[in-house]
Structure formats: structure tokens, C-alpha cells
Design a binder for this molecule. Sequence first.
Ligand code: PMP
Length: 364
Amino acid sequence: MRKVYNFSAGPGMLPEEVMVTAKEEMLDWHGTGSSIMELGHRGLDFATIIKETEADLRELMNIPRNYKVLFVTGGATAQFAMVPMNLMSDKKRADYVVTGVWGKKAMEEAMRFGDIEMAAQSAHRNHLLAAPLQEEWDLRDGIDYIHYVANETIDGLEFNFVPNITEVPLVCDMSSMILSRPVDVSKYGLIYAGAQKNMGQAGITVVIIRDDLIKTPVFLTPTLYQYQTHAVHHSLYNTPPTYSWYMLGLVLKWVKRHGGIPAFYEINKRKAKKLYDTIDASHGFYECRIHPSSRSLMNVIFGLPTDELDDLFVSEAAKQGLTNLKGHRAVGGIRASIYNAMPEAGVDALVKFMQEFAAKYAKG
Ligand code: PMP
């Protein structure tokens, strides 16, 4: 049994069951006498992992047959460049919806490759930040794709709807919410997500791409940055991060064993509600700047009345085994990341701590 509840935004907490399996298999994977780290990526043993990982992800997310699943490196940050390099070879224009730090970074990277406009940004509703409704998206004609970030990990803002866009490919960064709630993959042209939050450890990124979007990239796109390279070589063009791939496989099997995405969605809603209810019941001691319609299920962000209290909260919580609660330096405050692997008991412990902390430090 581990001693802390780790609220890190990523790399994040991994399921204990997965860690135990990884530990047991560390020196001898399935009777091979070798660690998975020591096995060649083109061998028959590793081929089992490749095959099962893709099959499990397809099953969990109900990925249609006309989509490829690619396993690549470079994190979601590499996708900020790969998306425009591969999808903007035609009209050289794309629109971005920006609701936080990551959406802005993705847009700025795309600007290096073509004509980029911001189609919408977070809206203010009752002095709180909310995801812009689809009616508020101002899309241009003649664009190659539209990009948005489903859950802004730093800002704690999540879309509670899937945009219904049929004219152009919808591209989505799902790094911090993949596997947390059901998603209709067929609504998207391309989905990408780094593994280190809800799917495993750092080093591997999943790209789910509709077949017709695998096309000739912009001139001089490096071979490794072309989706067609990874599609043709079944994600084995060069040496992949084999251990990260293996861990991703273990996490997917764990999600399947525990009821799949719908089961986690129910737990995730309950976990997030417990924290937001605690914030809302604190008479302003804890403050969340996100409108209830757009509050993230995965990254609960809030602040206390002063920076000193923020710091005290983080250090006192750590003493009770509630670790890594400090908010991102870009926004400050507190961030409780409660990915699938965070047990509900961890959230209950945090709620109890928040109530006790408020009782002690809120001015009467
Ligand atoms: N997009 C989102 C939504 C993220 O949360 C992150 C990482 N926190 C990134 C992109 C960048 O991912 P990476 O560091 O793996 O490149």
C-alpha cells in the first residue's frame, strides 16, 4: 500500500495494481528471462504488446475502423507541430479555439506553418471563465482543420460538449482527459494525447487519425514528423519507447478490468463534485474561477485568499500525505489533479483536509 495520494498534473499517479504488475515483471517478462526493457521492438514478444495495446485502446474508445492508431514520441508538444505540418499542406490555413495555456501554445506553434486565426477563446459568464459555445466559434471558410484542447490542464477548464463540426476536420488535444469520459471518436479528424496523465508514463503519445488525413505533408517535413511514416511502418519506423508502450498497455488493461470508460466517468464525476462542492461550501475561502459548466473533471483548480495561505495549504497537505498540490506557475493557487488512477479515498482525504484547513484559517 502506498503512503501518499499524489495529485500531480503529470506525470501523474499510476494505478497501484499496474505498478505491482510492473514490479513483478521487471526482471522477467512472461518467462522470457528478460525485462521488457531488454527486448527488441521488432521481436515476437514485443509484438504481443503492440497488438494488444492497439486492440485494447480501440475497444475502450470504440475507435472506428477507418482510423489509424499511431504511437509516437515527442509528447503532445510534438503534435503541436505535427498537426500543422501534416494537415495544412492544402489550404495552409487553420483555426484555433483557445481556452488556456496549451491551446495558445498549440496555436503559436502552428503559426510557423501557415495562416492561423483564433476562432474563439474562453468566455466570461457571471465573472467566471467558460468554454465558448459552438455558436461563438467564428470559423473561416477554406481552412484545413480546427483545433481545440478538450481539457486545459493548467487552467482547469474543460469542454462539456463535443463540437459538431462536419465541414472540416476537428483536431483535439485530449492529453489530460483521454479515457476519463466517453468520446465519440467519429466526430474527430484527429485526436492526440500524451500518456503521462491518464494512460501511463511519459515518453509515448497516442494519435488517432482518420485515414483520409494521412496525406502528403508540407514540404521538408522531417520523415519522423510525418503521420504517413508512422502509419506505413505501424509505429515502428524507429525504436519506440518500449517501456512506456508496455506501461500504457498495462494501464489500458486496468481500465478494462475496472469497467471501461463509462465506469471511470461515473467515478470521475463523483470525485470532482466532492471537491467543487467543498470549494462552493467554503463561503469564499476557496475560490474557483471556472464556470460550473466548464469545470474540469481532471484538474480542479482553486485559490485561497492569499499567496501565503496557498503555500501553507500545500505544505500542510503534504505533511498529511497529500502531495503535489501546488498550482502551475502560470496561474498559481492550488491544483488537484484527479486522474483515473486517483482513488476516491484520496479525494475524500483531500476534502477532509480542506474542511479542516478552512475551519482553522478562514476569518470568522
Ligand atoms: N497539452 C496538454 C493539454 C497538456 O496538459 C500538456 C502537458 N501538461 C501538453 C499538451 C504538453 O505535453 P508534453 O509535455 O507531453 O509535450
